[in-house]
Design a protein around this ligand. Sequence first.
Ligand SMILES: [Zn+2]
Length: 367
Amino acid sequence: MKEPLNRRRFFSFSAKSLAASAVAFSGMNRLFASPNPADQMLQLNDKQGNDLCGIPAIDFHTHYPAGKNEEDLKIRLAAMDTMKIKKAILLSVDINTEDVGFNYVKSAPDRFVLFTTIDFKGMEEPGWGEKMAEKIVKDTRKGSRGLKLWLGARGQKDKMPMDDPRLDPVYAKIGELGIPVAYHCNDPEEFYYAPNRFNFWCGANHIREKGFSQRVHEMVGREEIVRQIVNMVSKHPNTTFILVHMAFLSRQLALLADILDRYPNVMLDLSADLGDLGRSHKESREFMTYYQKRILFGTDGGLSLRTQESWESFIKTHFVVLETDLDDVTPPFKRSWNVHALNLPKEAIENIYIKNAEELLARPLNL
Ligand SMILES: [Zn+2]
């Protein structure tokens, strides 16, 4: 360590990038320290450099707010233009608001791609999986180009395991159609423990619920999650599974590598995970370089960003962490620590930012 880790440095953070990253998981930092304005300026001036490569990107993981969205659409398109985001994939989180997503696509068909989701109501009834497979076909006819699912450690309560046979018709159908599933299949390891000095990422509901540790009985264990993932992807080799947020396994890269090596139908998106990847930047750089054809760029933005400036700053933080060799960089979705940026080679940047996404989206559709 170059210098002792003093408290101010450890807890300092950039208000601007925090605001930009206040998409979901804020809160915990505030309990430990308040921002120091001097640090913020220092970081913004010195660290968020202007030497970014300028390679255009496809943001493979965004969301859209429910309700009226003309203003949001305008803001996002403007930010996408400035930041060279060629397209954004909109992942539905609610079956009841998917018309909003379809409207984004209708308004800017070259810029937005929608992945719809399925309805777990009725899952006890016979034929539910087939019915959901039909919904996916219908959505695809309407213009959807993928499925979004959330059955992670927290997401299985009142639902089902990822490898439940009732989901087989759904996985088979999307494989048949030639579209991928973006899968929230896990949650951060920290969610399993009580909030403490080293456990900042306690989840979006931390303040209200004092961390997920109080609900740990509702969470599926990590070993079981991995078992389900492996069982699911091995049962459906013709279906592409994009495990979002690096499957929240980026602190166990050997395990993640093993999954990628054994199952060529698995891809990853890096959204909301740069804070973890940056904790061991050399190892992460090695991993992302080696598996550069299997990783997609994504931000997980869209539910709370309301201005063009906050979008731009949020996207830029990703570029800074991925492209530069700067130390002490504020990652998106910052929890407690700054990270050393990943300094990915240009070829990897190009694959992760755009080429892999373009190849995925160019796959022939079998409707
Ligand atoms: Zn998301």
